[in-house]
Ligand binder design. Structure first.
Ligand SMILES: [Zn+2]
Length: 210
């Protein structure tokens, strides 16, 4: 069962991916993890990637696709996989089509207002880095070291809105690209409520694929 997860930052996509991975016994593959892993490798391909990353340049699509290709050809992907954070663009999706047949694309939907509300409640300890939500700590101070809590720039509403706009711009064409195998789910409820319909859908899909 080969699945792609699409969803904005803060939509709860990562939590959903973990539940699917656990219950369906397929690995969650994120390009972020692949890049972090390749830095520790020493071979011509890895060294080429490291060179590009070190120069601060944009990693070309064919390199990212090659990394994904290598990863999904490993033994633990025989039953399938969940791609999280890839593809990001239509050219990447087209390249992926050539190396693997994706069964379904799950789109996690949540309004931007709700995402901004959820993410902008995050506070970080200025000393030890512990993360809180204003829901469970609005004292303004860290429970562990008593240092003042700050709101990181990344968690400020205007920064979040900008990231969401970039996401929409890139994702809208992808939604169109995968319109023949798209499954939409709202993540406005609890993580369990979000997962229920996805689980039922994937059980059916699994029965059909095998
Ligand atoms: Zn602290």
């Amino acid at each position: 069962m080969k699945i792609i997860l699409l969803g904005a930052p803060g939509s709860g996509k990562g939590t959903l991916a973990k539940k699917i991975s656990r219950d369906f016994n397929i690995p969650q593959i994120s390009t972020g993890d692949l890049f972090r892993a390749i830095v520790r490798e020493d071979n011509p391909f890895a060294n080429k990637v490291k060179e590009i990353m070190k120069s601060g340049g944009l990693v070309p699509d064919e390199i990212t696709v090659e990394m994904v290709k290598n990863r999904i050809s490993q033994d633990d992907c025989k039953k399938g996989f969940i791609l999280d954070g890839f593809p990001r663009t239509v050219p990447q999706a087209e390249a992926l089509e050539k190396i693997s047949q994706i069964d379904s694309v799950i789109l996690v939907e949540l309004s931007h207002d709700t995402i901004v509300e959820r993410l902008s409640s995050r506070r970080t300890c200025s000393n030890c880095g512990e993360i809180y939500s204003t829901d469970d700590n609005n004292t303004g101070f860290c429970f562990k070291c008593n240092s003042p809590l700050i709101q990181r720039d990344d968690d400020k509403p205007e920064t979040i809105r900008h990231r969401l706009e970039v996401y929409e711009e890139n994702t809208a064409p992808l939604i169109n690209f995968y319109s023949d195998r798209l499954f939409k789910v709202s993540s406005a409820g609890t993580p369990e409520e979000t997962y229920e319909p996805v689980k039922a859908f994937l059980r059916d899909l699994e029965a059909g694929v095998e």
